[in-house]
Design a protein. Sequence first.
Length: 317
Amino acid sequence: MTLDPQKTAFLFPGQGSQTLGMGRDLSLKEHIAAEVFHEADLILGYPLSEICWDGPVEVLNDTYYTQPALLTHSIAVLRTFRDLYPNMKPATTAGHSLGEYSALVAAEALSFPDALRLVQERGRTMKASGEQQPGGMAAILGLSVSEVESVCTQVTADHEGGVWVANDNCPGQVVISGDLNALSMASERLKEMGARKVVRLAISIASHSPIMEFGLGEYYQALKATTINRPQIPIIGNVSASSLISVADVRSELQAQLISRVRWTESIRTMIDNGITTFIEMGPGSVLTGLLRRIDGSVTGFAIDVPASFASLPIPN
């Protein structure tokens, strides 16, 4: 097969995909990737590249550093791809949670420097929010999103606090988010309902829930001050699972994203309904490619990260 740009989408992973050493091999082989990491170091004023490549892993996994690290790595992959295949422009793009900022850079709605500063502030305020108002998240395996949502609604109505569906990742994999008591109550009820597995995530933040609203004031100020351009290619937004085609669309999306559900299953299905048959994941690992197989096994996914992965793409030079 040969990739058809009009049937191809770029995908960008979010938090949780980071790995120690990410981007090192690519930067050693491709000068353009090394330039992205160097640019990030200069913009942020600290050696982000060293954190990505040498750690320690505890620092890389600190959300304050994780978010700019993942954005930087994804843009290094993106720019390498564009350098190798300058005529390959996708029909659309999307990113999972944090990955949406990389997608916005790919669509030229955000510049890389502006996106980097914005996700640094996003990470800082999310961390502060979690410290001030702790919460948690849990992955629910083996139940539908409607089943999980029903339990979350009941628990929120019956008890002080709340719990909500945070991520609809793929059929049978739903993440819930909320305050600790409601999260525990919902987890127990979902086990009783027949969930194959309930996995508490190693995070003290109730991401993608209304609880996040508590500490986001400074992030919203930073967002308001950020220049946003009209996307040059359509982006499928997390909040609506529909195309973001204007500056107003993008600004509204980023305003709501951290307190709203990531509708990833719906986003992928929207792209497939629009004629996308091939997805290229740009970032560390292959989490989104794995989810893609569970959403629709008829489409094709490629994950690119290290130098050898670029050679596997069916694109003529």
